[in-house]
Design a protein. Structure first.
Length: 394
């Protein structure tokens, strides 16, 4: 039996996306709202003919309702416990929860797990919650209890890292909800990384690139490698593990370079064949003349909304053109976009345009995406936010 939630009534014909299990209701699809919900309130969505369609969190904006159930529910603890248990069972089926060589992975991936607005990452016993909606933020205390119930002994602390993702500052975000922990050292495919869950980007580490870092390792033996926008040096560690003759890590952030240095030393000690270059990547590419065998381009999101799309695509073209020109013949470029509004087709066209401008003979070797613990809901293709290509330059 559901509670008496405010009702969102859709315009005629606008119910079709929910009938296909899409997880967003846009403001333009709404005919009327019965009740006065505020950001974070639970609402029920009905068709113009009065049929119940779904239940979700209300929030003012372009996406006005984020759906978490297509069945009427009271959204009590038992409901959320079942949702979390299903998501974590999926990670168990993938082999993450008992993997001795990898103890860092995503437990909850928003729309991919039918929990839009919620991210939970696991860092060697520390779970980091990041709410992207007011509704999910309200449940953070309950969610921390459920996590520790489902994974007893495996989760020793839960940290709320929502202050950077919520539209408005929320009191209490940026704090441990359960337990406590300082800097965490995690293992990924046998490599060690220091993660700062408080101050690091995203939840502390770019977990979604795990399999792509592992792939890079296979192409670095005896090679000169540049890792551009290196952040904490993830790709650099794998390049060195793969036997690179030299690795240059480049990022404009002093804090990022400090993390990159720590991670290289954790795995290899002092390395004479590694350079840490704190500078703007575009400026680095302009002044660089000595070519590389392998280049990694993993920039931050150039477009976080559609209004920025054109400028973002221009930036991707400029960046990839400069990198391709700096590749030795027979070299490999690992290039990525994490901008959700940049489609796979947009990104491929940007890289194609960049390659055509150079006149180089280019082959696509791999088409890449996020790791399996960042699943894409088949009814919500927008969840495929990470796009990557490995190209070979003749």
């Amino acid at each position: 039996m559901s509670k008496l939630f405010p009702k969102v009534i859709l315009k005629s014909g606008r119910e079709r996306s929910l009938e296909r299990f899409h997880l967003w209701v846009f403001s333009g699809a709404i005919k009327q709202i019965n009740g006065t919900p505020v950001d974070g309130d639970i609402v029920e969505v009905f068709g113009n003919d009065g049929r119940y369609l779904a239940t979700g969190h209300f929030q003012q904006g372009s996406i006005m309702v984020r759906i978490f159930s297509f069945r009427q529910t009271d959204a009590g603890k038992a409901f959320w416990h079942e949702k979390f248990a299903n998501a974590i069972a999926f990670r168990k089926a993938l082999g993450f929860t008992e993997n001795s060589s990898t103890n860092v992975f995503r437990l909850i991936h928003g729309e991919g797990d039918g929990l839009p607005g919620l991210i939970v990452d696991f860092y060697n016993g520390v779970a980091v919650i990041q709410a992207h909606s007011a509704g999910m933020y309200r449940h953070r205390e309950l969610f921390s209890e459920i996590l520790m119930e489902i994974l007893p002994g495996k989760i020793t602390a839960v940290y709320d890292k929502s202050e950077s993702t919520l539209n408005s500052a929320e009191p209490g975000s940026g704090a441990f909800l359960k337990g406590d922990a300082g800097t965490v050292v995690v293992t990924e495919n046998g490599n060690l990384f220091e993660v700062d869950v408080r101050e690091g980007q995203k939840t502390g580490f770019f977990i979604d690139q795990r399999e792509n870092r592992k792939l890079l390792e296979n192409y670095c033996q005896g090679k000169r490698v540049a890792n551009l926008f290196c952040y904490s040096g993830g790709f650099s560690v794998y390049a060195a593990r793969g036997g690179a003759s030299s690795v240059d890590s480049v990022d404009s952030s002093v804090k990022a370079m400090k993390l990159a240095r720590i991670n290289m030393e954790l795995n290899f000690g002092e390395m004479e064949n590694h350079q840490f270059l704190t500078e703007d990547v575009f400026e680095f590419l302009k002044r660089q003349s000595a070519p590389y065998d392998v280049i990694v381009l993993d920039p931050p999101a150039f477009a976080k909304h559609r209004q920025a799309l054109d400028n973002a695509l221009k930036a991707y073209r400029r960046l990839n053109e400069a990198a391709i020109r700096l590749l030795k013949p027979g070299g490999f470029l690992f290039t990525f976009s994490c901008s959700q509004v940049v489609t796979t087709e947009d990104f491929r066209l940007a890289v194609f345009s960049a390659a055509a401008t150079t006149g180089r003979e280019i082959r696509v070797v791999y088409q890449l995406s996020q790791g399996a613990d960042h699943p894409i809901n088949i009814y919500h293709p927008e969840g495929e936010y990470l796009k990557g290509l490995v190209i070979y330059s003749g």
